[in-house]
Structures are given as C-alpha cells and as structure tokens.
Design a protein around this ligand. Structure first.
Ligand SMILES: [Zn+2]
Length: 219
C-alpha cells in the first residue's frame, strides 16, 4: 500500500484511505455528538456574534477530553465581517490558550488579517503547531510567519491560475506545506495534482513530504 493522501482541513466526511481532519463548529454539534476519529472543534469567527464566548470555550474544553478531537479550529480573525475585531481576537486567544493547555493543533481561518496575527505572535510565539488554512499571503507575510511553528495549507484556490495562493505555493518550504479541500466538493487528489504541477515535482514526492509533515505535527 502506498502513502496516504492527507486532507488537513475539510468540512466533509473523510473516507479511507485518505487521512485528515474534519472540522466542526461548536454551534453545529450537540452534547453527545459522535466525532469521527481525527476531528477539529472550534468557534468560527462567523459564528461569534450568536455565541456566548465564555460558555462556548467551556464547552470546547469539555469536548477536548474526547481523544478524537486532535485540533482546535477553525478559529481566527476575519476582517470582512461586521463582528468587532476585539471580540474576534479574544475568541482566537481563548482557543489558542486551550490548545496550549491541552497540546492541540490550531487550525486558523483568516481574511485580510495577517497583520493582526503578526502583531499577536510578536507578543507571544505559538508553542503548538498552527495551520493557516487557505493560505493566500505574500512573500513578506510568509517570511514574517516562518519563525513560528506555522504550517501553510492550500485548497481549491490553487486551481485558479490567477489566485494569490497559486502565486505563493511554490515558495512554501516543503516541510511547512499542507493541502486541504475545505468546503470544496472535489477530491484531495485533484489538489495534490495541481500543487505538484505548480511546484514542479511528482505527486508521489508531494505525498511523501506531506505525509511526513502530518506525522510530525500529530506525533
Ligand atoms: Zn473551513
């Protein structure tokens, strides 16, 4: 059997032999929800305004006793929604705190907010690995984030030749690269093929490297 594809961030079900993490929002699950093996749980910035932050954080914490939840997220900062930025930062920092306490990975959602994250990480560098899903930053942002234990994940944006993601993916150090489908309905193999083309490598090499990254993150 060959090396598995890894889909690091999706909201859809993952079928073997593909490995990966299915993300759930605290608002879409109930108390005795049966999380699939390898789930992420968080409070998305889009759902912040209808949530009580304190009780949501407490609920996430109780679910962290479930060994199927291996990551927190997606959480983060979105500059294109109306929700006050202070509230978004508080929610992100609270979830990051849980991640440090329980040694979980963080899956980050960001829209036009790299400057906010750079400011936050200047005050304290993450101790746990963090994954910027749907990365679309430029070279300068990549350089500034690189000293931290941060991984960069790419999805269907790389199928669009004009996207920012397509422009930056070949600059990502291979040991920091991950791939995902997120809400896209296509399969992860398509994303691997596109990434391999853009990085001028074989899909097999990419599978090997990303599998190694996955194993390193979730050791
Ligand atoms: Zn997502």
């Amino acid at each position: 059997m060959g090396i598995s594809y890894v889909n690091i961030h999706t909201h859809n079900r993952i079928d073997p032999p593909v490995l990966g993490i299915q993300s759930f929002d605290i608002q879409e699950i109930n108390h005795d929800f049966a999380f699939p093996r390898y789930s992420a749980l968080g409070l998305h910035p889009w759902n912040l305004q209808s949530a009580n932050l304190e009780s949501s954080i407490k609920t996430i914490e109780t679910h962290l006793l479930n060994p199927n939840i291996i990551a927190i997220g997606e959480c983060g900062i979105d500059r294109c929604i109306q929700t006050p930025i202070e509230l978004q930062i508080d929610a992100f920092i609270a979830q990051w705190g849980l991640a440090e306490q329980y040694q979980k990975i963080v899956i980050i959602h960001q829209v036009k907010a790299y400057a906010d994250f750079l400011k936050i990480f200047k005050m304290a560098s993450p101790g746990v690995p963090m994954i910027f899903h749907g990365f679309n930053g430029n070279l300068d942002i990549l350089k500034k984030l690189s000293p931290h234990p941060i991984y960069f994940s790419f999805g269907a944006d790389i199928l669009n030749s004009k996207s920012k993601a397509t422009k930056i993916i070949s600059e990502i150090p291979i040991e920091k690269l991950l791939l995902e489908t997120d809400v896209w309905q296509g399969d992860i193999e398509t994303i691997y093929q596109a990434a391999a083309n853009l990085r001028h490598c074989s899909t097999e090499d990419l599978k090997n490297s990303i599998f190694k990254n996955y194993k390193r993150i979730f050791k």
